[in-house]
Design a protein around this ligand. Structure first.
Ligand code: COA
Length: 346
């Protein structure tokens, strides 16, 4: 059976590090609170030249170099992001241009923090149909541009970064063994970010549309736009998100383990979405995987949404932790809500 196998990984983190101590000067918080409640000590903040597509392209180059694949050989580019610097072209098309993947078709997927796992599932199915194709799956975010830096409930959590994987077809028993993906739009209000501010009132605040016919001269100022707080920042009910994240990820992991005919203790590594260290330790306990087998880098980068999982894959891979044949479980949870889990034989 042909399965999607990860042939190379790469990641790219912006240079600038924002520490908890620095955040203490911005909002009413403390290093002690952030570290104890989330596990985060520092996060990266993108500057000029580190736009979402730029760090995505760099992560892609590193993944292609490891896989020994040229840009011309890439058949498809899938980028999971909700913070591309453009809505059109897609971030994936910007990456295509940047790396010179002239033979690829490229598109973005929007599934918040679960987007990379959604992308891997698509890639796995694509190579089942076309085993010779090489597919770039990327998760990349510039969340610092969409965080309300006056909201201590959210601004301490997020960071910027990108990770990438080259997926190809393999019939030796390695690759994606099972995937379970879910979403529930009814929970969308617990964690959301409206569209970016725009002169178009329909886009400016989709939850409070103003009839443009009311503005004969289409005067944005008279309609109350532009607004400084129109919900285009990340908004979150932290405690509710926490509860749902634990339950949903546990459920998807139970299901994917069952699909693969495996039990928790058989897993060699969990490479999870990095949202909160307490969520991850909880999860490990519930499914019977010890802390030492859960890859953690949240202390360095915070929550980089779609990028956390591919960055974790890349760091674990480059540290030599992943051995051929290892059973790897990845899982994620994000706004939408979206969530899912996947098991890969490395
Ligand atoms: C956000 C989160 C860390 C908050 O931790 P918590 O233990 O649930 O804390 P609570 O929300 O119960 O808040 C406890 C208190 O800390 C305060 N607080 C919130 N953020 C704070 C901060 N940065 N610094 C200091 N205090 C803070 C709250 O205002 C609250 O104060 P109150 O009791 O006076 O109202 C936690 O809920 C969480 O991680 N949720 C999931 C978020 C997530 O992962 N989102 C992305 C999903 S992809």
């Amino acid at each position: 059976m042909i399965r999607g196998v990860i042939e190379g990984t790469g990641s790219c983190l912006p240079e600038y590090q924002l520490t908890n101590d620095q955040l203490e000067k911005l909002v009413d918080t403390s290093d002690e609170w952030i570290t104890a409640r989330t596990g985060i000590a520092s996060r990266r903040i993108a500057g000029p030249g580190e736009e979402t597509s730029k760090i995505a392209a760099e992560a892609a180059r590193r993944a292609m170099a490891m896989a020994g694949v040229t840009a011309e050989e890439i058949a498809t580019i899938i980028v999971g992001t909700m913070t591309s610097e453009t809505t059109m072209p897609s971030c994936a098309c910007l990456v295509q241009k940047e790396i010179g993947a002239v033979n690829a078709f490229a598109f973005d997927i929007s599934a918040a923090c679960t987007a990379f796992i959604y992308g891997l599932e698509l890639a796995d199915n694509m190579v089942k149909a076309y085993p010779d194709r090489k597919i770039l799956v990327i998760g990349a975010e510039n969340l610092s541009a969409r965080v309300n830096w006056q909201d201590r409930n959210t601004c301490v959590l997020f960071g910027d970064g990108a990770g990438a994987a080259v997926v190809g077809g393999d019939d030796t028993g390695r690759g994606v063994l099972a995937t379970r993906l879910f979403s529930d739009g009814r929970l969308g209000d617990l964690l959301y970010m409206n569209a970016a501010p725009s002169m178009n009132p329909h886009i400016n605040n989709p939850y409070e549309k103003t009839d443009p016919a009311e503005a004969e001269d289409f005067d944005p100022a008279r309609l109350g736009f532009p607004r400084t707080d129109n919900g285009s920042y990340i908004k979150m009910s932290g405690r509710e998100v926490f509860k749902n994240a634990v339950l949903a990820m546990e459920d998807s992991i139970d299901k994917v383990l069952e699909d693969a005919g495996l039990s928790g203790p058989e897993i060699d590594w969990i490479l999870p979405h990095q949202a909160n260290i307490r969520i991850l330790h909880n999860l490990g306990e519930r499914i019977g995987v010890p802390k030492e087998k859960i890859f953690i880098n949240i202390h360095k980068y915070g929550n980089t949404s779609a990028a956390t999982v591919p960055i974790a894959f890349d760091e674990a891979n480059r540290q030599g932790l992943l051995k051929k044949g290892d059973l790897i479980l990845t899982c994620a949870f994000g706004g939408g809500f979206t969530w899912g889990a996947e098991i890969i034989r490395w």
